[in-house]
Ligand binder design. Structure first.
Ligand code: FES
Length: 114
């Protein structure tokens, strides 16, 4: 569902447990890559390009903790706030996107900076 301001409702907050993620198809987001909605242990929500910049892994399947998501394949970490890579083997930052939580629903703003 698209909102007048361009946000896309992608999930209910309760659909994503703290520490986990959910991949949203590029067919819904209109972006080149799928987008991972990631929920930190403090309950906050973030969005990054879903495909790891190192190889074909879904960051939505990774582990979210203390402001970072850890790739499930080779364990590079990416900052939830700005997408910067923290630790090899990945060397390329990923792309963050803006999300908002309103009344228990998560809205994604593809290609807008958080
Ligand atoms: S696929 Fe993510 S670090 Fe290798």
């Amino acid at each position: 569902m698209t909102e007048p301001d361009g946000g896309i409702r992608v999930a209910a907050l309760d659909d994503i447990s703290e520490g986990e993620g959910l991949a949203i198809s590029s067919e819904i987001t209109g972006t080149e890559d799928d987008i991972a909605i990631l929920r930190d242990l403090d309950g906050s929500c973030w969005a990054l390009n879903d495909t790891c910049t190192h190889a074909q892994a879904s960051l939505a399947d990774g582990w979210v903790e203390d402001g970072y998501v850890e790739c499930p394949v080779h364990s590079s970490r990416f900052c939830l706030r700005d997408g910067h890579v923290d630790g090899p083997p990945a060397t390329v930052d990923t792309v963050p996107h803006r999300v908002e939580v309103r009344e228990g629903e998560i809205y994604l703003f593809p290609n807008q900076r958080p």
